[in-house]
Design a protein around this ligand. Structure first.
Ligand SMILES: C[S@@+](CC[C@H](N)C(=O)[O-])C[C@H]1O[C@@H](n2cnc3c(N)ncnc32)[C@H](O)[C@@H]1O
Length: 348
């Protein structure tokens, strides 16, 4: 991609987010199904970090948190759509057997009320209690914080090998807020960048002292292997086809070990469906095509369709996650050698 084309794409992307107020950018991706405490992809990012720091040690708790995400998202959507909290509680506590409650929610609610369950009864808490002076609250905040508390307690005092993590398109720092509140940030060296200066101002203001900076994935200027792990949420579908290829190459150049790429709208289709909207794109990405592009960088690629993951574990998928796919790209030794040979050849 030529420098002029990169500059033009950057200008379009920047304008697409900087046109919103800082206040809107700070909150629009941190509520409801996108709340990082219950969103499946956000939980997956934290799970991947935890599993990288302490391999296989927390599999059971990760599974419970994924279930928590599914259950709380379903409750949130019901209440927001007008369902009565008390009617839901009544139904879940066995008073009435309505057909609308998915088995995963019904079973979790029953299990949480048993003495054997090590978790607080987040379902009852979420529906029964209200925070004073917060009429807009859909589910009780402390219930939403169940796993933040759990993880903070589990991870406090643990030791782990150093891990440098870069979040691309970090927005206003909402994923970082969760990393902090779940006790994970203390075990990482984190940096985040975004193309929108308003997002970066928000992130710096909310998290003073954390390394947030303005940059584009297309030409960040970061060195090769700048960090161990790169992750991003919901950027790739907004790029033009040329910029998408450039971004994937840049991501795999910057990552030393792995990249975790969460895409909001991807499917089993042969080619990307390119949909320009205003100055940017809202594309439907092809799982096979994106995996092939990542493989061409020399990475070993695994695509995890979130609906399949949730269906396998909980036999239930929310509409919000229906098109979400996470790509895990592992840098291989041969890819690094190939890159090094190209660099050597260029310097001859
Ligand atoms: C859909 S939002 C997702 C934000 C955040 N990752 C989240 O999930 O909450 C897309 C983000 O990508 C940023 N962005 C767009 N183009 C970018 C680029 N070329 N490089 C870095 N960030 C970019 C936008 O400013 C915006 O914050």
């Amino acid at each position: 991609m030529k420098a002029t084309a990169i500059a033009l794409e950057n200008a379009r992307l920047k304008a697409s987010w900087d046109c919103f107020s800082a206040g809107h950018l700070a909150v629009y991706l941190a509520a409801g199904a996108e709340d990082q405490r219950i969103n499946a992809c956000s939980i997956l990012t934290r799970a991947l970090l935890i599993d990288t720091l302490w391999p296989r040690r927390f599999d059971a708790l990760i599974e419970e948190e994924l279930r928590f995400g599914v259950v709380m998202t379903w409750l949130f959507e019901q209440v927001r759509a007008g369902a009565s909290r008390m009617a839901l509680l009544d139904e879940l506590h066995g008073g009435r057997r309505g057909a609308r409650v998915p088995a995963v929610v019904r079973q979790a609610a029953a299990w949480l009320r048993t003495d054997a369950c090590p978790l607080p009864d987040y379902v009852t808490d979420a529906l029964l209690f209200r925070t004073a002076d917060r009429p807009e609250e859909v589910l009780f905040e402390p219930a939403l914080n169940t796993f933040a508390q759990r993880w903070s307690a589990q991870l406090a005092g643990l030791q782990a090998a150093p891990l440098t993590v870069l979040e691309i398109a970090c927005g206003s720092g909402n994923e970082y807020l969760a990393l902090r509140d779940f006790g994970l940030a203390a075990h990482l060296t984190y940096a985040g960048f975004d193309i929108s200066w308003k997002n970066i101002e928000n992130a710096r203001c909310a998290h003073p002292g954390v390394n947030f900076f303005e940059a584009s994935v297309l030409n960040s200027g970061l060195p090769d292997n700048a960090c161990d792990v790169v992750f991003l949420h919901d950027l790739l579908g907004h790029l033009s086809p040329e910029a998408l290829e450039r971004a994937l190459q840049e991501i795999m150049r910057i990552a030393r070990k792995e990249a975790w790429l969460h895409c909001f709208n991807a499917a089993d289709i042969p080619r990307h469906q390119i949909r320009p909207v205003g100055l940017y794109h809202r594309n439907r990405l092809s799982i096979a095509q994106l995996a092939a592009s990542l493989s061409q960088t020399g990475a070993a690629v695994e695509a995890i369709p979130i609906p399949a993951l949730l269906r396998r574990k909980f036999h239930f998928v929310q509409p919000y996650s229906a098109s979400a796919v996470t790509f895990i790209a592992r840098k291989t030794a041969s890819a690094s050698r190939r890159r090094q040979r190209r660099r050597n050849a260029r310097s001859l």
